[in-house]
Design a protein around this ligand. Structure first.
Ligand code: ZN
Length: 414
């Protein structure tokens, strides 16, 4: 089926990564940065050029498109989703993608900053890529394979389906802004999307299939001290900043923290501290794979704060919990065929499905709870959110193959 197909994913990818689409966690507008629409416009236009007539970008920067069914069978409408923004952690301005053809396992020195060296000893997955073509950035920026790889692969799927005869049901395409700042689904119109099941393409190694994410809460703690003139503060002043320091010092570092946990273990993580002597705020993120586990960690944090506060009867504190997202597995377990079909498609691509858990969230975790069960499929991205980010062209093409198989599996099994 793919022998004579000329893949377009890598060529598209090299163009899309040059467009700066960094999102901004401090912004309160939608999208958080206007420049994300620069890519959205191009994608909608390229989809229309393929003959996908309804492709459009809305005022929030979301791109929607429909590939009509080619079968008489009644097949559930499936959506493929990727995010257009890149992470605020690393510059995304003037990305210069470099194609390293026929990689031979050597260290790759990035030309614009030669201290940036991509080494197979640090990125062992590279050892599986000998003979393949690797794309890197030039040393001063991230690459943006997270998630323009997913974007390019879904675009190539559209290209494949509009130029080849494949039986499939109705397919929806969704490109979102602001995933990296946790707002990727904030303005998504589920009715307009009109899909029953979905897949995000935003994972790494070929064959990876993720049906589980963290469950996540935020905790906002406010500490109220007692202020007075420092020259006359004896037995009066209670410095909120010093209490905050004690609270942070009381948190374990060898467990329950991001720097000491992996696998299925969650954590309590202070992400922001702000204050003056009178009042101090600490923001925490709480992560666990079980919603129960979140509650336990929040209770633990509250107990730690209460114990510190006992020494300061005139000081007080507030403790506010907000839900951020929930483990998508709670939803996906109700629709096991969504993950099973993906496994089948990965196997047909000649790969071994690798079930993984995400120590984070995806657009899919939120979409799953918004009524669109949505596991995460591999896009090939590696070393994300860093200057050493890279991807292999062959992995991108495999992702395209997987998608073509996947739409066929849905048609066959319906
Ligand atoms: Zn991503």
């Amino acid at each position: 089926m793919f022998e004579n197909y000329k893949y377009t994913a890598a060529e598209r990818f090299m163009r899309y990564v040059r467009i700066d689409t960094q999102s901004d966690p401090q912004s309160s507008s939608y999208p958080t940065t206007e420049k994300q629409k620069d890519l959205g416009k191009i994608l909608a236009e390229e989809l229309r050029q393929m003959g996908i007539a309804d492709a459009q970008m809305d005022e929030w920067g979301y791109v929607y498109a429909t590939i009509p069914a080619t079968t008489d069978k009644k097949v559930p409408v499936v959506c493929f989703c990727a995010h257009m923004d890149t992470a605020p952690d690393c510059s995304g301005t003037n990305v210069k993608p470099i194609l390293h053809k026929n990689y031979q396992g050597q260290d790759i020195v990035l030309p614009d900053d030669t201290t940036q060296v991509l080494r197979p000893s640090e990125y062992p997955y590279l050892k599986t890529q000998v003979g393949n073509d690797i794309i890197t950035a030039s040393g001063t920026t991230l690459l943006g394979s997270d998630d323009k790889a997913g974007v390019a692969e879904i675009m190539d799927l559209a290209n494949f389906l509009t130029t080849n005869k494949v039986k499939h049901g109705e397919i929806k395409i969704l490109f979102t802004p602001d995933e990296e700042v946790g707002k990727g689904t904030a303005k998504v119109d589920m009715k307009k999307l009109g899909a029953e099941f979905g897949y995000t393409l935003d994972s790494g190694d070929a064959g990876a299939l993720e049906d589980e994410t963290f469950s996540a809460d935020g905790v906002h703690v406010v500490i109220h001290g007692v202020i007075s003139h420092p020259g006359y503060a004896k037995d009066k002043m209670i410095n909120a900043m010093k209490i905050a320091g004690e609270i942070l010092a009381a948190l374990p570092k060898d467990r329950l923290s991001p720097e000491s946990t992996d696998g299925k273990r969650g954590f309590i993580h202070p992400v922001r501290l702000e204050g003056i002597a009178e009042k101090c705020t600490i923001d925490f993120i709480i992560r666990d794979f079980e919603t129960e586990g979140l509650k336990k960690k929040e209770d633990y944090l509250r107990t730690q704060i209460e114990e510190r506060m006992r020494t300061y009867p005139k000081a007080s504190f507030e403790f506010h919990v907000t839900e951020q997202y929930r483990n998508m597995k709670e939803v996906l377990d109700l629709y096991p065929h969504v993950v099973d079909y993906a496994k089948e498609a990965i196997t047909r691509t000649g790969l071994e499905p690798k079930m993984e858990s995400i120590r984070g969230g995806t657009d899919g975790s939120r979409l799953s709870f918004m009524g669109l069960p949505c596991p995460n499929l591999f896009a090939g991205e590696q070393g994300i959110h860093s200057k050493l980010e890279h991807i292999s062209v062959q992995d991108m093409n495999k992702a395209v193959q997987m998608l073509v198989h996947l739409v066929q599996v849905w048609e066959e099994k319906s």
